[in-house]
Design a protein around this ligand. Structure first.
Ligand code: DGY
Length: 331
């Protein structure tokens, strides 16, 4: 590899399609381990780097940037970028890229999978079928609420919220939503009705969160909000864990203040094995796989590679971080 190519650090192995783009334009060092590079290693690796391709498991902050005097671009393989101090990057003139759009429908699919799994008790039923407990067909065995024609409350009608609404419309659900902005498209295409958060919480059979994690949305869902939900309601989160006060959610589930939850994201990831949520049957737990289809993860990696290369070449990034993500104001 020519030594004239800019030096880049890539914090995990990526699909070949992305690696080809990266290798064509840089001298890339790729972290080969399954676990993320430890902090000290990351700090050391960025010292000479002109480009950094990172994941949501890497903390990119002022300390790291101060350690990376040659850095010209930070490219994240994710749409969310709460692990990155974007202001600190901007202050140093370092553009930050993310991967919006390509994961929207895949994440909406997973949201619906979680919603159906929590409502129809799919995980419990699978355990039951394997356990030997299944003796006969029984009238009320493993029953749950219907999804079709129920009311779905969508908190955050951005790209993913909108695609969730499309799926809900297919199930003939009534849709309520809250956001800082009205979505004419969701109202016209899916009959979604705008509501304040309190109304949405008290009237919905299912509540699903689709906001970015910002200072405004941290613990947007807490004890007070769960208390407003119906005791029969089911809560879904595929956005970011800290949007929810997880201790309050645990209490609400344990005391059956709400019926169930489906969670793909947590305040601490991986979810510690000591976490009390693991003791509950009325919650479906997934390991942050919202965008995990083969095609989508490949598209995300390619986009991240394209952002990286554009930044190295001093060109505008195809997908600079989206200022719209800050628009969700706390209702
Ligand atoms: C993201 O992109 O922000 C997801 O959490 C991972 O796909």
């Amino acid at each position: 590899m020519s030594s004239n190519l800019p030096c880049v650090f890539v914090t995990r192995r990526l699909p070949d399609a992305a690696m080809e783009i990266i290798h064509s334009a840089s001298a890339a060092e790729v972290w080969q381990e399954e676990m993320p590079p430890p902090r000290a290693v990351l700090l050391e690796k960025v010292r000479a780097a002109e480009g950094l391709l990172c994941l949501l498991t890497d903390r990119i902050d002022a300390e790291l940037l101060d350690n990376a005097p040659n850095l010209r671009v930070v490219s994240q393989m994710a749409v969310g970028f709460d692990n990155i101090d974007v202001a600190a990057c901007s202050a140093r003139g370092i553009p930050v890229g993310n991967t919006p759009g390509v994961l929207t429908e895949t994440t909406a699919d997973l949201t619906f999978a979680l919603l159906l799994a929590a409502a129809r008790r799919i995980v419990e039923a699978d355990r039951y079928a394997r356990s030997g407990a299944w003796q006969t067909w029984s009238p009320m065995l493993l029953t749950g609420p219907d999804v079709h024609h129920a009311t779905l409350g969508i908190i955050g009608m951005g790209r993913i919220g909108y695609e969730v609404a499309r799926r809900a419309h297919g199930f003939e659900m009534n849709i309520l939503y809250t956001d800082a902005q009205r979505s004419e498209a969701a109202e016209q295409n899916f009959g979604a009705q705008f509501a304040d958060l309190g109304t949405l919480l008290s009237q919905s059979d299912f509540v699903t969160v689709h906001t970015p994690l910002t200072p405004q949305t941290r613990h947007l869902m807490g004890a007070q909000q769960f208390a407003r939900m119906k005791p029969s309601a089911i809560f879904i989160n595929t956005s970011r864990g800290p949007v929810v006060d997880q201790a309050a959610l645990y209490e609400a589930l344990k005391r059956r203040q709400i019926a169930a939850a489906g969670l793909d994201v947590f305040e601490v990831e991986p979810l510690p094995l000591t976490d009390p949520l693991l003791q509950l049957d009325n919650v479906v737990l997934l390991p942050h796989i919202g965008s995990a289809s083969i095609a989508t993860r490949t598209r995300m990696a390619v986009l991240a590679a394209e952002n990286l290369v554009a930044g190295l070449q001093g060109l505008p990034l195809p997908h600079p971080v989206d200022p719209a993500v800050t628009r969700f104001a706390r209702p």
